[in-house]
Design a protein around this ligand. Sequence first.
Ligand code: NAP
Length: 244
Amino acid sequence: MSKTAIVTGGSRGIGRATAIELSKMGMNVAVIYHGNQAKADETVDACKANGVEAIAIKCDVKSMDEVGVAVQNVIETFGSIDVLVNNAGVTKDGLLLRMSEEDFDAVVDTNLKGCFLFSKACAAIMMKQRSGKIINIASIVGLQGNAGQANYAASKAGIIGFTKSLAKELGSRGITVNAVAPGFVETDMTDVLSDKVKEAFLNMVPLKRVAKPEDIANAIGFLASEKADYITGQVLTVDGGMCM
Ligand code: NAP
C-alpha cells in the first residue's frame, strides 16, 4: 500500500518542493494551505503527475479544530499517515522595542503551535500504526538568532526543543522526529528582502549560492525515507555551510 504524507504549507516554496519530492518517492500527499487555493491546486497537479494521489486541504495550522478536521480528512481519504512535514511558517520581522504583541503571537502560533497541533493529531495515529516520521522545519535563525527576528528565532528554537522532546517520547513506538534547519532559500518569504540584505546573506554562504526549495526538499525526502530509519532527534542544517 502507498504511504501517505501531510505537508503543511504545501502550496508554495519549500512545502511545494517537498510535496513534489515525496510524490516522486511514491507517497500520496495531502497539501495543507492557508489561503492560496490556486497555488495548492498547482502543487496537487504536480504531485499527481508523478502517479500518486494528492489532495489540497484548507486549514489554519493555528486552529486545533481545523487541524483535527484536516487530519480526519486525510485518514478518511488515504487510510494512514506515515510522514508529517510541519513546514507552514510566517515572518513578521521587527526590532524588539517595535515588535507588537500581535506580531509575536502570530509568528509563534503559526510556526510553533501549528507544529504542536499537527504533531499531536498525527502522533495519535502513528502510535497506533507503530511507525511514522515527523519532520519539522526549523531555521538556522533558531540556532544562531537574528537581529530583527526575535519572534521568528524563538519559534524556530522552540521547534528544535520540541523535536528532541518528541523524539524521546515517540521513539519506542517506531516514530522518528527530526528537524531540518534551512539557511537562505529563494521563496516568497525571502523575496521581500532588499537586494542589500540578500547580498549580505550570500556573502556568508561558503557554497556561494542561495538554496533552491528543492535543496531543502531533498533533505526532507531523505529523512522521510527508510534510509533514515535510525536517525531521530537530529537537526539537519541545509544552508550551504553558512552555519558551522
Ligand atoms: P513561503 O514561500 O512564504 O510559504 C509559506 C507557506 O506556509 C505557504 O504554503 C502558506 O500557505 C503556508 N502558511 C502560512 N501560514 C499558514 C497557516 N496559518 N496555516 C496553514 N498554512 C500556512 O515560505 P517558505 O520560504 O517556503 O518557508 C517554509 C518554511 O521554511 C517555513 O517554516 C519557514 O520558516 C522555513 N524557512 C524558510 C527559509 C527561507 O529562506 N525561505 C529559511 C529557513 C526556514 P498559503 O500559500 O495558503 O498562504
